[in-house]
Design a protein around this ligand. Structure first.
Ligand SMILES: C[S@@+](CC[C@H](N)C(=O)[O-])C[C@H]1O[C@@H](n2cnc3c(N)ncnc32)[C@H](O)[C@@H]1O
Length: 283
């Protein structure tokens, strides 16, 4: 039983904003109890203000990561919304292959999955590439999966999924082709895993050092941010996008309100975006 008053709510909302840039207000009081209640007891904090102070003081090892893991929503599934993967297969990958013929690195793909949760999205991308490009092993493909949740990144790196997780979008044919039965779950096959690498990253921090990407998936994460933070995030994504690169957002998300630099294309019923940095926008 906890005593959640307006000071507790305020302390946790500010903490969640500072740690993850996730916008919570008093309407999320139920989430505070549901997500952080057990952590409050486990860490012997007197109340939520105390929990917030301990996280800020970094006096309890691991508490900060546990709070981040608890407040983030890691909902994901294989081939989520299907149409972006169809667009990859039938339009974007073939077009990129052509466009790269005349470059110094004609067989190199760099893809970033900017909030990859437990890995289903980057592995779905890798499986789509393996289905689309013959002899994919002779290509230099790197799919970077990042997420703020250390627990999610750890699970993504292991690439082992239980029956319920496999049941969410994985078709039997791909299961047979791309997984190894480990008894206690199915592990993504090494030839798919070798295309993917994972690391923790907060999207509110600088990420220009990640390099440049042909395709960025940034789906179902910006919905948790304020509009000014969304604008900053996609401006930074525009900077790491290779010329002619593509961005995918979630099926309920759009970039059209971010200005004329973001140009929408529709392929296989999926909206994808290209960034034109030469279009000047007013400030
Ligand atoms: C709903 S999941 C979406 C996963 C996947 N992109 C998809 O569409 O299936 C949102 C993910 O965003 C991550 N996230 C939330 N805030 C973040 C931040 N500031 N930086 C990076 N990742 C963040 C969460 O940890 C969570 O795994």
């Amino acid at each position: 039983m906890t005593n959640l008053n307006s000071e507790d709510i305020d302390a946790i909302c500010r903490l969640v904003d500072d740690l993850c840039g996730i916008y919570w207000d008093e309407s999320k009081a139920y989430l505070i109890e549901a997500r952080l209640g057990s952590l409050l007891e486990k860490s012997s904090c007197k109340n939520y203000r105390d929990l917030a102070s301990k996280v800020r003081a970094e006096c309890v090892p691991g508490l900060r990561s546990e709070v981040i893991d608890a407040v983030t929503t890691n909902e994901t599934l294989w081939f989520r919304d299907s149409s972006p993967f169809q667009a990859l297969k039938y339009k974007i990958v073939p077009e990129l292959i052509d466009a790269k013929q005349s470059t110094c690195f004609p067989k190199r793909f760099r893809i970033w999955c900017a909030a990859c949760s437990t890995g289903q999205e980057p592995y779905s991308i890798a499986m789509t590439l393996a289905d689309t490009i013959p002899h994919i092993e002779s290509w230099d493909v790197q799919i970077l999966g990042t997420d703020i949740s250390p627990a999610a990144v750890e699970r993504a790196s292991r690439g082992i999924y239980n029956k319920m997780e496999i049941g969410r979008g994985m078709d039997p044919e791909s299961l047979k082709r791309y997984f190894v039965d480990r008894g206690d779950g199915w592990q993504v096959h090494d030839r798919i895993r070798s295309m993917c690498m994972f690391k923790p990253l907060n999207l509110h921090e600088p990420f220009h050092m990640l390099g440049s990407f042909d395709i960025v998936f940034c789906r179902n994460v910006a919905i948790y941010f304020t509009l000014p933070d969304q604008k900053k995030l996609f401006a930074k994504i525009g900077e790491v996008l290779a010329p002619g690169g593509w961005v995918f957002v979630g099926s309920s998300e759009s970039l059209s309100h971010l200005g004329p630099q973001w140009q929408t294309e529709q392929h296989c019923r999926s909206n994808c975006y290209r960034f034109n940095k030469h279009i000047l926008v007013g400030t």
